[in-house]
Design a protein around this ligand. Structure first.
Ligand code: V47
Length: 372
């Protein structure tokens, strides 16, 4: 029996989804403008289950933020501090290596390393950091530095971004996280992050990373001053780059947390908004394999529901999250593997622990997801 769509614009999209046809800009706007959230979720879930069946991925990772000192003063950010701020911190290399080894590091398969744009830390310092991490934890995948940090390090070292990426890869970087993309619209960037590289630059550096065989993720920051058109434009620009490179592994929609930022007057995103973004992304990004429901930002509750609205990943254990917590996130800073398993199973999905490249993690021939 054909489902009946309250919002007639979704009926046409349903036909395209069934035929595996690509959605266009107008379809994207219809996805963002519908109030028939359950129909939207139904459509996104069709695609999600076609791609991943009943599996929900998660990983055992650790965030390392070596410094919160940042020369940029982005209005969206509650994390970055000026070097002279007494509350600012910068780890020494030894501290960063020690941080990596602390916590529940025995099963960690990924270090997620990002931080501020520090005025004095050099490309050589970062290369030493990564070499030291690899030496101490040779089996742990290094997902490190956003396109924004790469652009800044290139500028400061006088090298091209391609050469900078080459050096980082030589030092042990295995892939790049998806942060810093925000919203590609220049009008919006001028207001929320005018000190950052432009959207075109972000995409150019991602293209270069992919050309070197470095995979990356990609993100979009929503829930501030962007329009529906800005969101669809952002997603379609990511999709166009993915057609070229196939280098993106996962897309992560990030809800803006206004607390402690200069944009604190903006009301925070709602659950309706969160689920709409997950579903619209799944439907528009037909060439990006995974959609992550980042539980820290969404709350574990919404991240669970998102597994029925297009998401197939929950991100990981994190151990110590700082960026969202400085912006007032009230979620925990970490989740144990057992808790992630419970959340996923309760949502009726089958948990699979993955590494950064989405290969199932095995230990002595048994998947860790099964062991736990
Ligand atoms: O780049 C900063 C955003 C990003 C705020 O690649 C804020 O696997 C909301 O990129 N409110 C960092 N968002 C997080 C990120 C990420 C997270 C999880 C997994 C991956 C991955 C990447 O958070 C920043 C920026 O876009 N951000 N400040 C704020 N006040």
């Amino acid at each position: 029996m054909q489902p009946v769509f309250e919002d007639t614009r979704l009926a046409g999209i349903h036909q395209k989804v069934l035929a595996g046809e690509r959605l266009d800009f107008g379809d994207g706007l219809a996805l963002y403008r519908t109030r028939d959230l359950l129909a939207l979720g139904y459509l996104a879930n069709l695609v999600r289950e076609r791609l991943h069946g009943n599996i929900t991925y998660f990983n055992v990772n650790r965030h390392i933020n070596p410094t919160d000192v940042c020369v940029a003063s982005c209005r969206l950010c509650a994390y970055g501090k000026k070097a002279k701020d007494p509350k600012a911190y910068t780890m020494s290399l030894e501290q960063a290596w020690e941080t990596a080894g602390s916590g529940w590091s025995e099963a960690v398969t990924e270090f997620h390393v990002v931080g501020g744009l520090h005025p004095f830390l050099t490309l050589d310092w970062y290369c030493e950091l990564f070499r030291g991490l690899k030496q101490r934890h040779p089996r742990v995948h290094l997902k490190a530095l956003t396109m924004v940090e790469v652009g800044y390090l290139a500028e400061r070292s006088g090298l091209s971004t391609l050469e900078t990426l080459r050096k980082l890869k030589e030092a042990g970087v295995d892939s790049l996280p998806g942060g810093g993309a925000e919203i590609f619209s220049e009008r919006v960037r001028r207001i929320i992050c005018d000190h950052k590289i432009g959207g075109g630059e972000w995409l150019r550096i991602a293209r270069e990373a992919h050309s070197l065989g470095l995979h990356s993720n990609c993100t979009m920051l929503y829930g501030h001053i962007e329009t529906d058109e800005d969101r669809v434009d952002h997603l379609l620009r990511l999709r166009a780059l993915q057609d070229e490179t196939r280098g993106f592994m996962a897309f992560i929609p990030l809800a803006f947390h206004p607390e402690n930022t200069p944009l604190c007057h903006i009301p925070p995103a709602t659950g309706f908004n969160d689920l709409t973004n997950i579903a619209a992304a799944r439907l528009l990004l037909d060439n990006i394999p995974h959609i992550k429901a980042y539980w820290v930002m969404l709350t574990p509750r919404i991240a669970q529901v998102a597994q029925r609205f297009g998401a197939d990943d929950m991100d990981g254990t994190l151990v110590e999250e700082r960026i969202y917590h400085d912006a007032g996130a009230t979620t925990s800073r970490s989740l144990r593997r057992q808790e992630l398993l419970r959340l996923i199973r309760e949502a009726g999905r089958e948990p699979v622990e993955r590494d950064t490249l989405y290969r199932p993690v095995t230990r002595a021939g048994t998947t860790l997801a099964v062991l736990a």
